[in-house]
Design a protein. Structure first.
Length: 149
C-alpha cells in the first residue's frame, strides 16, 4: 500500500514555505509541523521582515503548533524543515519535546550536529529528505544576493 503522507510529501510542503521566504528576500528556510498526518503549522524565516534574529522558520512553526494544540509540548508531532536546525532552534525543539525532526539540507557550519547541541532524548531525527532541492534553493538565494550587492 502506498503511503501518501510520507516524509517526502511533507518535506515538499516545507519546501513550499522556503519558496515563500525566497520570494520575500528572506533566507529560504521553510518548516511545517505535522500531527497525525495533518499539517498544524506552516512557517518560513521572517528574520528580515520582523527584524528579529529569533524569527527562524522552526521557531515560528513551534509557536503556531503549540497555539493550535493548546499546549507547549509537541511530543506526538514531527517538524519538517528544509535546513538542519541551528543551535537555537534545536534547543527550542528540546523544550517542545518534539517527537521527530526531519530536515533536508545539512548545515555543516552552524547546524546543531556540528555544534553538538543536544536534542530531547526521545526525539528521532531523519536527514537528507529532498536534500538536493533544499540545498539548491539556498545556493541560488545567496548567489542572487551576492550579485545584487
Amino acid at each position: 500500500m502506498i503511503q501518501p503522507f510520507d516524509d517526502t510529501y511533507f518535506m515538499k510542503k516545507a519546501y513550499q514555505e522556503a519558496e515563500v521566504a525566497f520570494d520575500k528576500g528572506e533566507v529560504p528556510v521553510g518548516a511545517i509541523v505535522v500531527f497525525k498526518d495533518q499539517i498544524i503549522a506552516r512557517a518560513h524565516n521572517l528574520t528580515e521582515t520582523l527584524t528579529d534574529v529569533t524569527a527562524h522558520a522552526e521557531m515560528q512553526a513551534f509557536t503556531a503548533a503549540a497555539d493550535f494544540l493548546g499546549g507547549k509540548y509537541l511530543k506526538d508531532c514531527t517538524l519538517y524543515v528544509t535546513l538542519e536546525p541551528c543551535q537555537m532552534c534545536a534547543g527550542a525543539s528540546y523544550w517542545t519535546q518534539i517527537g521527530k525532526i526531519v530536515y533536508g539540507a545539512s548545515e555543516p557550519e552552524r547546524g546543531f550536529k556540528i555544534l553538538g547541541t543536544t536534542l530531547h532524548p526521545k526525539t528521532k531525527v531523519v536527514s537528507g529528505i529532498l536534500e538536493n532541492e533544499c540545498s539548491q534553493l539556498l545556493k541560488r538565494f545567496f548567489i542572487e544576493k551576492r550579485n545584487l550587492n
